[in-house]
Design a protein around this ligand. Structure first.
Ligand SMILES: C[S@@+](CC[C@H](N)C(=O)[O-])C[C@H]1O[C@@H](n2cnc3c(N)ncnc32)[C@H](O)[C@@H]1O
Length: 220
């Protein structure tokens, strides 16, 4: 798997993405995005893997930020985000989390929702996030996490849910979804990785029986 393959996969599902996440999360995705918005400090934000821009959209709805920057590998996702964020002070960039086109210490908040497990080089990304965040800035991660029953869910995705998944999203995309689900880390693993890069945990929360975790850090 490389960055180009990931960009192509997300380009190819961009049109159906919001519906897909709504379906697979049983409509919880909007609440998760709101809970990220709730944790943000006043100021600006960078949303990594912003895709259709929903995290940024909800942060503006909640009046939590004054300016937003979205970064993603997928141009087609960002085209949808551009429409969703029309009229808002939001700036969208095509690029990789492992090498970001931003100056040092410019962001009050960095968020990433349902992206952490897709990142190929997490070490490079965490160095970059540390570089672009201000001291005391917030770093909010939401992602699927290892949970009791993960194996069962992955098996269901490979069996009972598979025909529906393939019919809607195609074989390649459905297989990638299962692969990325199986790549999820536990909240403890995410926490210790981020702490090793100089982030201090402020809050940890779990949703739907630990299938999804929210971790809030500050840059020391
Ligand atoms: C599952 S979507 C998450 C979208 C959105 N944040 C949400 O919560 O619904 C993952 C997004 O991360 C992007 N992505 C994956 N790896 C990336 C990387 N290394 N750098 C930037 N974006 C990346 C993909 O292109 C995709 O749009």
């Amino acid at each position: 798997m490389n960055l180009e393959t990931i960009a192509n996969i997300f380009d190819s599902i961009s049109g159906a993405y919001d519906k897909f996440v709504g379906f697979i999360s049983l409509g919880q995705n909007k609440k998760w995005h709101e809970s990220i918005a709730y944790e943000l400090k006043p100021g600006n934000m960078l949303d990594i893997g912003t895709a259709t821009g929903d995290v940024i959209f909800r942060a503006f709805l909640k009046n939590k930020i004054n300016k937003a920057f979205g970064l993603d590998l997928s141009i087609k996702m960002l085209k949808i985000a551009k429409e969703k964020l029309k009229g808002k002070p939001a700036y969208l960039f095509v690029g990789s989390a492992e090498y970001m086109p931003f100056k040092d210490g410019v962001f009050d908040n960095v968020s990433m929702s349902l992206v952490f497990r897709h990142i190929i080089n997490k070490d490079d990304m965490l160095k970059e996030i540390k570089r672009v965040l201000k001291k005391g800035g917030r770093f909010v991660i939401l992602d699927t996490t290892k949970f009791v029953g993960m194996d069962l869910f992955a098996n269901l995705s490979k069996t009972a849910l598979k025909p529906l998944g393939i019919a809607i999203f195609g074989t390649k995309n459905w297989d990638f979804f299962i692969h990325s689900l199986e790549n999820s880390l536990s909240t403890e693993e995410i926490q210790s990785l981020c702490e090793s890069y100089g982030f201090r945990l402020l809050k940890k929360k779990q949703f739907i029986f630990g299938m999804v975790g929210l971790l809030v850090f500050e840059k020391l």
